[in-house]
Design a protein around this ligand. Structure first.
Ligand code: GLN
Length: 478
């Protein structure tokens, strides 16, 4: 399948139709998904109806900015009338009565929502191995995990089973799978995109964002989903921008004079040598195009993982209290037995990772430990944010690896959850600070597994982030 940009072009010229495109995409999904397992639910009927509508709209001169292109939605984002499981047994039968704001905006833009992409249950994980619907294969690295938690979205994009996808990113769940599957993933500034109708994991960190095969495609998707939403109290009223247009006008020359910070703390011992080499080569590319490369310090980086896992589990333990086995697709058969229903349903409906996090979070919030853990983690969070405030007085962008290694084989971290948590070491600080961050492909290791370059920009500077990524994309492909 072509890029989203080319598909729109072909649709506009009448070279293809939404109906045809949808049929071809469904066919590809049904051929490949039994092996890939990127989708939990495929909406054949719904997609066909949306495609017909899109073709009609286009014929009437009312084509929206995504009119007729197939988009996958992470299964943690509510879709009206279409099962939304959060990749958990707890919500295995949940049919939402309303759309998330981002889905509403996709529909208004004319997108064809082709299906619901798998992820780690409740978006907790880095490998997609914690989905109640089975592991997802990485199309770009056979035998390996696709990354997580938005692994199904990344795999669907990489395998051309949609034009682009929505993911969510609480500690790296858009950027890390994008890196492992060789695609572009963007986590917007906290508040840039509405969280209304998104199953909450850690509300002060969660953001929805685009996953796509090119920077332009990600920019177009961001244009559609971003913007103020009165139904999300943390939503920002910063105006959106014509990001795709800016990307289209970008040339490598735009990098001239840009100050790019390279944080010492992000090139540490555990990093795979090929990842470091590829990221340094990418930074050299930027320099040759005229960017000023500046070594910077983000001194509190070593504490980010610990602070993140305290804060996200604390918030998760509170957010997940609502899953009591009586709502969201469940029925309590015996009203006298409510307590039993609650306990049994939580025992069966949550997987091991989700339980681990609820227990950890409850502990961190309990009287007597609150000051030592939760409060202290909040203070570290402030220090990390201040690190970035200082850094962005010196530089316009920051460049780092997205993940310390390329995609790892299934089961590699099974017996040691802590070692899994460390795979988020380069993505987490961005969420703690609320910054926008983007990952894009910058090479491969010896086994041809993709490597990602992460770029960070100041709050609400998605335009600079996308423009720098687009400039690098051109240098890389030249
Ligand atoms: N991998 C991280 C975690 O397990 C991040 C997840 C996410 O961003 N949703 O919490």
């Amino acid at each position: 399948m072509n890029t989203l940009r080319h598909l729109l072009h072909d649709l506009d010229r009448g070279h293809t139709s939404a109906a045809h495109l949808t049929e071809a995409t469904l066919q590809a999904i049904h051929a490949q998904n039994p092996h890939l397992n990127a989708y939990i639910t495929v909406d054949d009927e719904g997609a066909r109806a949306q495609a017909l509508q899109a073709d009609q709209d286009r014929a009437n001169g009312q084509a929206g900015p995504l009119c007729g292109v197939p988009i996958a939605v992470k299964d943690i984002i509510l879709t009206r009338g279409l099962r939304t499981t959060a990749a958990s047994r707890m919500l295995a039968n949940f049919i939402p009565p309303y759309d998330a704001t981002v889905v509403e905006r996709l529909r208004q833009a004319g997108a064809v929502i082709i299906g619901k992409a798998s992820c780690d249950a409740f978006a907790m994980g880095s490998s997609n191995e914690h989905s109640a619907f089975g592991p997802v294969q990485n199309p770009a690295a056979p035998g390996c995990i696709p990354g997580g938690s938005s692994g199904g979205s990344a795999a669907a994009v990489a395998a051309h089973l949609c034009a682009a996808a929505l993911g969510t990113d609480t500690g790296g769940s858009i950027r890390q799978p994008a890196s492992h599957c060789g695609i572009v993933g963007l986590k917007p500034t906290y508040g840039r995109v509405s969280r209304f109708g998104v199953v909450a994991f850690a509300s002060s960190l969660d953001q929805v964002g685009p996953m796509a095969r090119t920077t332009w495609d990600a920019a177009r998707l961001l244009e559609v989903i971003a913007g103020f939403d009165p139904r999300d109290s943390t939503s920002s009223n910063q105006p959106t921008e014509p990001w795709a247009q800016r990307v289209a006008q970008t040339t490598p020359d735009d990098l001239r004079g840009r100050r790019v910070g390279v944080p010492r703390q992000y090139f540490t011992d555990g990093i795979q040598p090929e990842v470091e080499a590829a990221v340094r080569a990418a930074i050299d590319h930027l320099q040759r195009a005229g960017a000023h490369i500046i070594d910077i310090d983000l001194p509190h980086t070593p504490h980010a993982v610990a602070a993140y896992y305290l804060l996200c589990t604390a918030e998760a333990s509170s957010n997940l209290a609502r899953y009591d086995g009586m709502r969201y697709g469940h029925r309590a058969d015996d009203a006298d037995d409510l307590h039993d229903t609650y306990a049994r349903s939580r025992a069966q409906g949550f997987g091991a990772e989700v339980k681990r996090r609820i227990i950890l979070g409850t502990y961190a919030l309990s009287t007597g430990y609150y000051d030592a853990y939760y409060l202290r983690a909040q203070k570290v969070r402030t220090l990390i944010r201040q690190d970035f405030e200082r850094a962005f007085q010196q530089v316009d962008l920051i460049a780092t690896p997205t993940a310390p290694t390329t995609a790892f084989p299934f089961g590699a971290h099974q017996t040691d959850p802590l070692s899994m948590y460390l795979s988020d070491i380069f993505t987490i600080s961005c969420n703690l600070a609320g910054l926008p961050g983007l990952s894009l492909p910058c090479g491969q290791d010896k086994q041809a597994r993709p490597i990602g370059l992460q770029l960070l920009a100041p709050w609400f500077h998605e335009g600079d982030l996308l423009a720098a990524a687009a400039a690098y994309e051109q240098l890389r492909d030249a």
